[in-house]
Design a protein around this ligand. Structure first.
Ligand SMILES: Cc1cc2nc3c(=O)[nH]c(=O)nc-3n(C[C@H](O)[C@H](O)[C@H](O)COP(=O)(O)OP(=O)(O)OC[C@H]3O[C@@H](n4cnc5c(N)ncnc54)[C@H](O)[C@@H]3O)c2cc1C
Length: 438
């Protein structure tokens, strides 16, 4: 998008992924002058930051903003490029003032005057407010246990594109959230031998009794949960829209040919050890799965809904050998493993935002995105206000809240005392000189 870069702006939004686009829409609706700066292109993460075959984890009717539908069937799972196209079209629809190809390098609070000095790759801007919409998943994290082993190709899931990219041989995929599980499945289907290291996870049914899990989480109020259940804060969610959308069933993946192992513990040379927690992790995932089926059944009964029974959803496949006799250690070379894919998540990076709103651990301090430093806002972070906050449908609502907050602050700042001003206008003119100025 081509927008002139001003030297001053009321509100600067950093990042034009879905969060930046949603922010711009709400600011536009409230008439707040703003500019969005994006270092790459609109929705770049969807365009180039993910693997080739990725489709949205939620159906098109659900994973979208209220103001526009996808051009695909409502129950289809849009491909990643269709998601990127969607956000580009969405931004065009309301003429979002986005300037692409400009990186924000530093934000510093002004002293003795309001606002912030923003250093960008294209010069300095003064902004009254800054919204950090730079994404929930900025910096791929590989845990320190990763071995130093020149024989192995090791990449983060953020760098994975397709099976052909890897050297021949078996692959160890560490992490079984939505990314790890989908990548492991794709690699196994392409003919690779795959080991999948499974930690704690939730695994909702893809659909149950004719409703997608996105619908169930919506009507059951789960997307609106404000905090994760105690002890489940770091539990990943294993879902997939691949091949039309199917429930992630780890036993089915094992019967298909993937070797499941527990949490990856340590490496020593070619030797890797796994925790003896595979059975527990699968059991907790099953518990989560069954709890959703129970809650769905109860919801249907309470509301007298006419949705077909689905008893087969409660049938469990027999435990495969890798679950019955879990592998606790492995010689990577003997197992033919030539690559490790670390599907181990991401961290945020706010090193450019040099203001006083971070904990000692560098965690952003805010309330529903309104930071402790007046004028600084965060958007798109996991659990910013609720479970849905880092997802497409959730970020739109958080952006609305932040835009309202900005509009309210602007009203306070624009206030002038009209009573006092009119009293002064009525009073006889006085020749007021500054005290002591004679
Ligand atoms: C593999 C994967 C699949 C996902 N699938 C789904 C799904 O199906 N449905 C769903 O709802 N959610 C999904 N998500 C979660 C979430 O929707 C995405 O991560 C989404 O990209 C987040 O959007 P965002 O705008 O918050 O951040 P991003 O898309 O990361 O956008 C941030 C933007 O900020 C820009 N930026 C960063 N720093 C600067 C800077 N200093 N100056 C200028 N620009 C900067 C970046 O270039 C980027 O374009 C998925 C996430 C992943 C990782």
């Amino acid at each position: 998008m081509t927008v002139e870069q001003p030297t001053q702006v009321d509100t600067l939004v950093v990042g034009a992924g879905q969060a930046g686009v949603a922010m711009s829409e709400h600011l536009s609706k409230l008439g707040v002058p703003h500019l969005v700066l994006e270092r790459s292109r609109v929705a770049e993460a969807w365009r180039t930051g993910r693997w080739d075959s990725l489709v949205a984890n939620g159906p098109a009717w659900h994973d979208r903003f209220p103001g526009m539908e996808f051009a695909t069937a409502a129950d289809a799972f849009p491909a990643k490029d269709q998601v990127a196209d969607y956000f580009e079209a969405y931004a065009r629809q309301f003429n979002a003032p986005i300037r692409t190809g400009v990186e924000v390098r530093k934000v510093l609070r002004n002293t003795g005057r309001p606002g912030f000095t923003v250093e960008t790759s294209e010069g300095v801007i003064q902004a009254h407010r800054v919204v950090a919409a730079t994404g929930p998943f900025q910096r791929p994290v590989i845990p320190p246990i990763a071995p130093e082993n020149g024989r192995l190709t090791q990449i983060h899931s953020a760098e994975y594109r397709n099976p052909q990219q890897l050297p021949e041989g078996a692959v160890l995929v560490v992490g079984a959230g939505s990314s790890g599980v989908q990548i492991a499945d794709e690699l196994q289907r392409s003919g690779r031998r795959v080991y999948l290291s499974v930690g704690a996870h939730d695994r909702p049914p893809r659909s149950y009794r004719n409703r997608d899990f996105c619908w169930w989480l919506g009507v059951l109020g789960e997307w609106d949960a404000e905090i994760a259940k105690p002890g489940r804060e770091h539990v990943t969610i294993a879902v997939s829209g691949a091949r039309g959308g199917q429930t992630i069933d780890f036993r089915a993946l094992a019967h298909q040919g993937i070797t499941l192992v527990g949490l990856t513990q340590a490496f020593a040379g070619e030797h890797v050890t796994f925790r003896a927690d595979l059975l527990d992790n699968l059991a907790r995932g099953d518990e989560n799965y069954l709890a959703l089926l129970d809650a769905a059944d109860a919801y249907i009964a309470r509301n007298g809904l006419d949705l077909p029974l689905e008893p087969e959803a409660r049938r469990r496949l027999p435990d495969p050998d890798c679950v019955k006799q879990p592998i606790l250690e492995l010689d990577l070379q003997q197992a033919g493993i030539s690559s490790i894919i670390w599907a181990t998540g991401y961290a945020v990076d706010f090193s450019w935002l040099q203001v006083d709103t971070f904990s000692e651990q560098g965690k952003p301090l805010h309330q529903r995105g309104v930071s402790r430093e007046p004028g600084i806002y965060f958007l798109g972070l996991p659990w910013l206000s609720r479970r849905g906050s880092s997802f497409i449908w959730g970020v739109w609502h958080d952006a609305k809240h932040i835009a309202d907050h900005i509009a309210t602050q602007r009203k306070y700042q624009a206030y002038s005392d009209t009573r006092h001003a009119s009293a002064q206008a009525d009073a006889p003119a006085l020749n007021l000189s500054p005290v002591g100025a004679h």
